[in-house]
Design a protein around this ligand. Structure first.
Ligand code: SF4
Length: 183
């Protein structure tokens, strides 16, 4: 996204300059149209330089790594880099969990912005705020605790709230359309 256009919460923005290429080690990918090679989780990509920078960064898509261009950590990498966790399986697992938590935080913080002011359903606003607070507590909590988080349950809960926002917006749009038509 071009600089200056991203209105996401600052800690939910990927920033490779504040990371240590954790995604290039922690994630797995299969050889496909998105990745020129296959790589298991926990093994450094052969294109990763000793400087923790991608050696083919300027030509990722042309070299068959469009999946790397599309990948979004939602700020999970910089958060983990700040925590100074030593490289290894523990950091890799924490990264994969944090990506999920940060993506859900992004989903809910952005969904909340789309709601009308004042929002029609105060209970929904409270539920979103509670879920964001819970996710923030997980993200800011001990790295070791991430392994005990039920990510599937958190995912279901956050996405259900986001769907309610979508339903709310659809209802509001339908009502506005009816008013314009004088119905
Ligand atoms: S190609 Fe570059 S960006 Fe993609 S995983 Fe390998 S080192 Fe990282």
């Amino acid at each position: 996204m071009p600089a200056g256009r991203d209105t996401r919460r600052a800690d939910l923005v990927a920033d490779c300059s504040r990371c240590a290429a954790i995604c290039c080690v922690a994630t797995a990918f299969d050889a496909s149209e998105d990745f020129a090679i296959a790589k298991p989780a926990g093994v450094a990509c052969p294109n990763l330089a000793a400087s923790h920078r991608c050696a083919i960064h300027g030509e990722l898509a042309a070299r068959g790594f469009g999946g790397c261009v599309a990948f979004e950590c939602y700020g999970a990498g910089p958060r983990l880099a700040r925590a100074l966790v030593a490289p290894g399986p523990r950091r890799d697992a924490a990264f994969r969990a944090l990506v999920v938590v940060h993506e859900l935080l992004w989903l809910l913080t952005e969904a909340a912005k789309l709601r009308a002011d004042p929002p029609p359903d105060a209970d929904l606003g409270a539920a979103i705020a509670a879920e964001i607070a819970a996710l923030d507590a997980i993200a800011a909590g001990p790295i070791a605790a991430l392994a005990r988080v039920d990510l599937a349950a958190r995912d279901r809960s956050a996405r259900a709230l986001a769907r309610r926002v979508g339903d709310e917006l659809a209802t509001a749009a339908s009502a506005a359309l009816r008013r314009r038509r004088g119905a």
